[in-house]
Each structure stands twice: as structure tokens, then as C-alpha cells.
Ligand binder design. Sequence first.
Ligand code: GLA
Length: 507
Amino acid sequence: MQTSRSRKSALRGVLASAGMFLLLAALAAPAFGQSLAGRWISEGRKLDNGEQEKSILDLKQNGNQLTGTLKTLGFEVDVKGTASGSHFELFVEEWNPSRPVLVGDLVNGELHAMQGRRMVVAKPATAADDIPKVAYIEPPPLKTVPSNGLAQTPPMGWNSWNLFQGRIDDQTVRTMADAMVTSGMRDAGYIYVNIDDTWEGVRDAQGNLPSNHKFPDMKALADYVHSKGLKLGIYSGPGPRTCAGYPASLGHEEQDAKMFAAWGIDYLKYDWCSAGRIYKNDALQPVYQKMGAALQATGRPIVYSLCEYGMGGVEKWGPAVGGNLWRTTGDIRDEWKSMIDNVEKQVPTAPYAGPGRWNDPDMLEIGNGHMTDDEYRTHMSLWALVAAPLLAGNDIRTMSDVTKSILLNKEVIAIDQDALGKQASPVKNGDLETWVKPLADGSVAVGVVNLGSAAAQATVKAADLGLAGPVKTARDLWAHQQVKFAGGAYTEMVPSHGVLLLRVSAK
Ligand code: GLA
């Protein structure tokens, strides 16, 4: 029989081991007190090249506030969010401040969350669990890469990312190329067919990067696209990995550029993403210069598109690295606010646009289904007014007549492709925003966008247009008809989120 003393010590022992257990449990899996703080690891999806994606989520919790970072093979971003009991929501503000990137619950010491439409399970991790480290490579000294003379007007074409993301393959590119011809897109100027991320295989022992099973023969695909009177674009980045986690060009710039040229590639989009893990923003210029020089050394004319989300004053040094266009913003989404935010963010870059050097507010979402037709007409008008690259991001094979009428509006395309290459800037008056773009023949394009939620009357005053004389002709580029200025002005009702787009001339 136990004495009271021994019972007490036994109880102490039980309490002590329970305390130890609680402590260990709290360290290993923060299931107690519903804390989400700590490091979490999730395997993520299998990439198309057979490699395994991986995510590391580092979280701090203060009351119901969560902060931290989310790392994958391809990127590292800050996350912010809230916890309520075991439920949590995490946002990447720079991507979308209103839609969570992860929503889920703490279940038996694991995070069970939805990432978009995918279920993710994250387990407690140790500090040793991490994304593979890569060796730092010193960026080259600055020099000027001579201009390649390409993209004298903003590049036009189609890109796979906005609609297909990772679901892009050889067959889809071929059928899209066919549709570029039959729909009239090619003849309207949309020449580049651009494969975005997820084409990459696994780099071999010689450092060559083959395509993965979705693209069995890149050279044959380029030949096919060329046979249609189109050009083929591809995608890589200056870091070890692309945003989607595939091998990118760090340390293999010349080898990859040569391979692109040998395949017959005509356009390269070069995406920063994981380069941010190795380099600070002050290395943007030399790092982009490295691929710019490598592309030029191939002797093949390849449009060079920098994708660095507007960082580092790219509009000032983009041409010096051999760049033809560069992103001025984060990724566009198929929604009104994202589209307007992107084009407005680009305003300070206006003085730097011109033939061969274009600011890029990202690819078009026209026809992808989440904006109204008026909003898509505004999207097209604004991209033309700011001399943006016109890279359609919808399914050209199945697009509706309305989508066609927007993407194929030749009068609007002519504004975008105008030889003077000026980027319009806006003047705001309440809900109405007026963008004026001087054109090579002395006329101007003027767009009035209604940002408000009700129809509004837009007035274009001739005196605001900088014309050399009184208005002689004016044309409404969406109604496809001449309009008349009276008393030095033209007035028309513009629907909510719609646009009035005129070409006005003093000749
Ligand atoms: C980044 C780019 C996108 C697209 C994806 C591909 O997010 O900004 O345009 O290329 O990467 O992973």
C-alpha cells in the first residue's frame, strides 16, 4: 500500500510527465490552445516533370492575428491572416487582399486547408525542413546590351498562363495556333504564341534543360507554329526555379539561350520569382542583363520580356539589359479592380515608354468570363491607350463573337500599335478618368473611363487634347462611327465601368 507521501510523489510524477508531454506536444504540434504558430510543411503537388513541390509555412500568432511567410520551390511571400479557434484564413496581400490563399482548420495537429480548389495538408516541421538552398552566383558587372531592334510597337500575341496555368501542352498550343489564324487574330497582328510556365523537364547532368512530357518536341512545335505565320514564345527565370516550381535558368543562362535559339524560339518571358531568394533587388539589373546578353549572343532575334512585377525602377534600365518590355505590376486577375489597379500603377512609368521599350501592366483577361463586356472593352481601350503589349489570355478556339469584336477591333489595335509609341496618362474628374494619347499622324486617342457604379455623362473638350487646331474629324472607336464636336466639346453617356474611346484629328 502506498503512503500518502509516495502517493503525492507519484501524482507529482504523473503531473511532471504530463507537463513534459504538454510541453513536447506544444513544441511539436501546436494543437493545444489552438495556436497555429510554428513551421509547417506540406508536400504539395507533383510537378509535370516528376519532381515534388514543397511548401514551408512559418507562422507567428498574436491573439487572433497571424503573420508569416509562405515558401515554395518557386517563391517566398509574406502572409497575413486571422485565426478563430482552430479555423484560419491567410492572405498574400500583394496577390489578392480580398481572397485568402489558404483557408482551413487545425485538425489533430495538422493544417487542413484549401489552396484555391486544392486540399493541402501541412504537418509540423522542424527548422531543418526547408526549401533546398542554392549557391550564390555573383551577378556580372553592369554593361549596356545593345538594342535588338525588336518590338518597335508593343508585342501582340497570346499567352497560356491566364487561362491554362499548368494545364498547357503541345496539342493545346497547336490548336491555339490554328485558331489564331482562323479567327483572324494573326492577321490583326497577334503574332506571338507564348508558352508560359510548366513546360520544363529536369536538368540533366550536362546542364541541359529538356521539356517535360507535355511538350515532346519543342523544335517540332516551333516549326509548326512558324508554318502558320506565327512566332513561338517561351518562359524561364533568373532564379533556380520558376514561380510554379520548375527548373529556371540560374547558372545556365547561355546554355538555355542557345537551346531556345536552336528550338526556334522568338520571345522569352523571364520571371524573377525564386531569384528573390538569392539576390536583393539591387541585383535586378545585372541579373536580367545576363540573360539579355546571352540571348543576343545567340544571333537569333528574340523579344526579351522581363517579368519582375515593377520592382527596381525597371522602366529606367530595361533597355540597357536588352529588354523590350517589362512588367510594371503584380499579376492581373480577371476582375475589374485588378485590371484598373494594374493600369493605374503603371502611370508613373509613362515617360519611359517608346518604340522597343514598353511598360507591361500584364496580359489580357478579355474573354475569360469574370468581367462584363463593358469592362472588357475598357480593358482593351486602356491597354491600347497606355501602349501595353496585347497578349490575349483567353481560349481563342472557342471565343464568343463579343470577345472577338473586342480583341479584333482594328481601330483600337491601331491606337496601341501607333508608331509614336506614347503612353497615355489619366486626368481624374470624380468617377470619370480621361486618358489622352498623342498619335503619329498628329491626331489623338482619348478614352473616358467611368469608374463609378452608375452611368455618367462624359464630356471630351477639344481644348484638353493638345491638337494643332480645331477638331476636324472625330470617330467613336467602339461604335465605329464619326461623331461631331459642337462648341469645342463632345458629350456622351458612358455606362458604369464602360468607356468612350475617340480618335480625334485637326486634319
Ligand atoms: C508569375 C508571373 C505570371 C506567370 C506565373 C507562372 O506569377 O507573373 O505571369 O508567368 O508566374 O508561374
